[in-house]
Write a protein that binds this ligand. Structure first.
Ligand SMILES: *Cc1c(COP(=O)(O)O)cnc(C)c1O
Length: 402
């Protein structure tokens, strides 16, 4: 079988809309274009019914009740609403928030904003494997703590946090627990009741649904979580998020969640197998390759590796028919190594030589084999040109003979 180029292997950044999701959405652009808030005619009722159906599909995927799902424009908004909404609502109780250093910017920047208006934020460190120590969390909680915001799984290294233990501690101490579950949902089972999660951010476009459509789970019982809204007007979504609902987007998001629920077990097994094949192929073909983050607690579709003495950016350019990400971010003038890898204690050089592979529903074994071959070929070529690599190899050789 011949493969189609370029190959997309960057599924933590976004995913292709599943054709079944797109078919479900299409009628809601024209035939069924009603406003879900129009209570007095059938156009509105049809739209409302579709939205409520999607609410149910999403709730089932995380073991919540449909009424606990608030639709938003995406996970950036969901994280903002959860953190700012709790901060403002529970200001009388306290002003302390606990999060951790490898969160997505949607959480970190929201916390930074709150610090400017008098809140105190503790940023827990992570170990070399990318996970927080629950004992650190326990110690950080004070009588003023109103929220713990710890992501379910990381978007760069795929590392899964000890969610159930965090939930248990939060419940014990009577502190609300918010989790950004964007990368985890649909890949691993998420259960807000078993894991004692009070707020949970989700988005459509990472689970083969549309962009610009997300949701926030807000617990209604034990305890009933209250939020101050950020967007006012109209009182949609129980007053927590005003604005006319994106009906086609919501329908697609719901359908995407349903597909994940039905296919997750099998799909995660398949992707986990492909990921192992990718890892083994790379390790067999190359020396001086390092895994970033825990392999034991990791999403099945993620691989993040550093290739010593190779610039991630040069590697990306070398394999330009494969779409993956590097661990460097372009800030104003220079390349900055990923703050996530830095937090793990990965040195600057190895952070700059890291690549994130994000496998997805539409990747095949043939594609994985092609990617292995290209990566091995290009890394070898770049290393041949690298005096650093020759020196490093000699050092290794010397230390072995001594
Ligand atoms: C993509 C992502 C977000 C942002 O979601 P949007 O819907 O694109 O705003 C937040 N958190 C994590 C972990 C993500 O991967």
């Amino acid at each position: 079988m011949s493969i189609k180029l370029p190959i997309y292997m960057d599924n933590h950044a976004t995913t292709q809309v599943d054709p079944r999701v797109m078919s479900a959405m299409l009628p809601y652009f024209n035939e069924k274009f009603g406003n879900a808030a129009s209570r007095n005619h059938s156009f509105g009722w049809a739209a409302e019914e579709a939205v409520e159906n999607a609410r149910g599909q999403l709730a089932r995927l995380i073991n919540a009740a449909p009424k606990e799902i608030v639709f938003t424009s995406g996970a950036t908004e969901s994280n903002n609403l959860a953190i700012k909404g709790v901060a403002e609502m529970y200001r009388e109780k306290g002003n302390h928030i606990i999060t951790q250093v490898t969160e997505h910017k949607a959480v970190l920047d929201t916390c930074k904003r709150l610090e400017k208006s008098g809140y105190q934020v503790t940023y827990l460190p992570v170990a070399k494997d990318g996970r927080i120590d629950p004992d650190d969390l326990r110690r950080a909680i004070t009588p003023k703590t109103i929220l713990i915001a710890i992501m379910y799984a990381n978007n760069e290294i795929g590392v899964i946090q000890p969610i159930e233990e965090i939930g248990k501690i939060a419940k014990e101490k009577g502190v609300l627990f918010h989790s950004d579950a964007v990368q985890a949902m649909g890949k691993v089972p998420v259960d807000v009741n078993k894991e004692k999660i009070d707020l949970l951010a989700m988005t459509g476009h990472k689970i083969y649904g549309p962009k610009g459509c997300g949701a926030l789970y807000v617990r209604r019982r034990n305890p009933r979580v209250q939020l101050v809204s950020i967007i006012d007007g109209g009182g949609h979504e129980r007053g927590m998020r005003s604005g006319t609902l994106n009906v086609p987007g919501i329908v697609g998001f719901g359908k995407a969640a349903e597909l994940c629920q039905n296919e997750m077990a099998e799909e995660s097994k398949r992707l986990g197998g492909l990921r192992e094949r990718l890892k083994e192929g790379i390790f067999k073909g190359l020396e001086e390759v390092y895994i970033n983050g825990s392999m034991a607690y990791r999403l099945p579709n993620n691989l993040n590796v550093s290739f010593a003495c190779v610039e991630g950016e040069s590697l990306l350019m070398g394999i330009n028919d494969v779409a993956v990400s590097s661990g460097s971010a372009c800030t104003s003038a220079k390349m900055e190594p990923s703050y996530v890898l830095k937090a793990l204690g990965v040195g600057e050089d190895l952070a700059h030589s890291s690549i994130r592979f994000g496998l997805g529903r539409f990747n095949t074994q043939e594609e994985v084999d092609y990617v292995i071959q290209r990566v091995v070929e290009v890394v070898n070529r770049l290393r041949e040109l690298s005096p650093l690599y020759e020196m490093a190899k000699e050092r290794v050789h010397l230390s072995k003979t001594n």
